[in-house]
Design a protein around this ligand. Structure first.
Ligand code: BES
Ligand code: MN
Ligand code: ZN
Length: 474
């Protein structure tokens, strides 16, 4: 999809469809449309739409009116309106579209350009069925009304959506295709496409580094584990931002086997990995002036005669020992070794993203991801990036009082903290491996995919992380 800016009244646009916005309290700007809105009893509440054909005085044959609720315009209502528009476009299949300029409270015109491109491009994503051809998108060009004539933000918005599309595609793939080996091949393909430095560690390499915790998770599976690193250099010798993504390509729970209902969704347990690969695609495509490294520990968690058993004790790369009380708390076991490994990159900051706990879904539902950090400035930057990108994070406390729940009689720590505050104790576990640098953790178990009839990956938190990274440049 191509995006551009256009300085013309909507009446004069000569393409297939113009999009205008209507408010419940004040109606629409363009004349000739208001009476039609009233005729149709269109209420203009957020998320609604009305399609009009051959409106007098408007050159484009179709006018799509989007409800925005009351003024002033909220950012969330704008994104929702564009989502509604995308659904209509799937039916009417316009080749060229113009979107009326709109002011959004708290954001500038550039934000509107970027969000418009991102939301419309992201809406073209379709799940690719195994063994079937790739679906093709319908709209070719979108022009946004503006007096400006050139905006980098349009390219940014599209690049973010393309990063999200990679993350969504990897998430939606079944675990018999998207294995650790497949993720490593995907990383290598990105490295070739964008000229990135790529390193894949195999089981023997990890054994030499002493990654006994990570390897304890993969040992019950026939799929070999991988530790993927990809580095993009856009800023000389500056310290890199390092992103770490949990890549459990299927989480059966291991010997602490999960129950059957909904277990298929554990193919999404690599969405942290998918999101950091997506962020890398976006940043490399934009040739951003920053250094970025992503690290993906990736394994399959299976029960087997040679799998880890509850009570087993392993030694992590950091030297700290862990009593595996529950083999289903495997995410932290692979992340801790990856978080020790990233010290070698001399990171400016480290942010990990992981579908780590079911408890975060209980705490925050599907709207915010959980944020915990050992550095409040970093946490504040991520909270702000979440607000700007409409990909929100909500901070939970990371305090010593919770860390005590990890005590073990048999090792330096257990891998679970009991029933209470499961999201926080998981982060406390990781915090024991991240003391040498500024670090934040995003628990995306609630936000990375949707269940039920809308089952599918969301591409989150690609927008949040890209926003954070771009904010470090400006
Ligand atoms: N991948 C799961 C977390 C998860 C569960 C994400 C459900 C989305 C939906 C993780 O590996 C896990 O199993 N966590 C356990 C931890 C517990 C054993 C301490 C959990 O949340 O139940
Ligand atoms: Mn698990
Ligand atoms: Zn898991």
């Amino acid at each position: 999809m191509e995006f551009s800016l256009i300085d013309t009244p909507v009446q004069n646009f000569e393409g297939d469809c113009v999009v205008v916005f209507a408010h419940s309290n004040t109606g629409v700007n363009a004349n000739n449309i208001q009476p039609l809105i009233e005729l149709n009893n269109f209420e203009s509440t957020s998320g609604t739409s009305l399609l009009l054909n051959f409106v007098e005085g408007i050159k484009a044959p179709q006018v799509l009116v989007l409800g925005m609720g009351d003024l002033p315009n909220s950012a969330n209502n704008y994104a929702k309106a564009l989502d509604t528009a995308s659904k209509v476009f799937k039916t009417i299949k316009p080749k060229s579209v113009m979107i009326e300029a709109l002011q959004i409270t708290g954001f500038d015109e550039n934000w509107v350009f970027r969000m418009t491109a991102q939301v419309l491009q992201n809406a073209t994503y379709e799940i690719q069925q195994v063994g079937k051809d790739k679906p093709v998108a319908s709209i070719a060009s979108v022009a946004i009304q503006s007096g400006q004539n050139n905006a980098n933000e349009l390219l940014q918005g599209r690049a973010i959506a393309e990063g999200m599309a990679l993350a969504r595609h990897l998430g939606d793939l079944p675990s018999n295709i998207c294995t650790p080996t497949y993720l490593a091949q995907t990383a290598q393909a990105l490295a070739t496409e964008f000229d990135l430095a790529c390193e894949i560690l195999e089981e023997e390499d990890m054994a030499k580094l002493g990654m006994g915790s990570l390897l304890s998770v993969s040992k019950g599976s026939i799929e070999p584990p991988k530790l993927i690193s990809l580095s993009y250099r856009g800023k000389g010798d500056a310290k890199p931002i390092v992103l770490v993504g949990k890549g459990v390509t299927f989480d059966s729970g291991g010997i602490s086997l999960k129950s059957g209902a909904g277990m298929d969704e554990m193919k999404y347990d690599m969405c942290g990995a998918a999101s950091v690969l997506g962020v890398m695609r976006t940043i490399a495509q934009l040739q951003a002036n920053i250094n970025l490294t992503i690290v993906v520990p990736t394994v399959e968690n299976m029960p087997a005669h040679n799998a880890s058993k509850p009570g087993d004790v392993v030694t992590s790369m950091s030297g700290q020992t862990i009593e595996i009380l529950n083999t289903d708390a495997e995410g932290r076991l692979i992340l801790c070794d990856a978080l020790t490994y990233v010290e070698k990159f001399n990171p400016a900051v480290v942010i990990d993203t992981a579908t780590l706990t079911g408890a975060v879904i209980v705490a925050l539902g599907k709207h915010y991801c959980g944020l915990m950090a050992n550095d409040q400035d970093l946490a504040n930057d991520l909270l702000a990036a979440g607000k700007t990108s409409l990909d929100g994070a909500w901070q939970l406390p990371l305090e010593d009082a919770y860390d005590e729940l990890l005590k073990s009689n048999f090792a330096d720590m257990g891998n679970i903290g009991g029933r209470e505050a499961g999201t926080v104790t998981a982060a406390c576990f990781l915090a024991r491996y991240t003391q040498k640098y500024r670090w934040a953790h995003l628990d995306i178990a609630g936000t990375a995919w949707l269940s039920g009839t809308k089952k599918g990956a969301t591409g989150r938190p690609v927008p949040l992380l890209v926003q954070y990274i771009l904010d470090q440049i400006n």
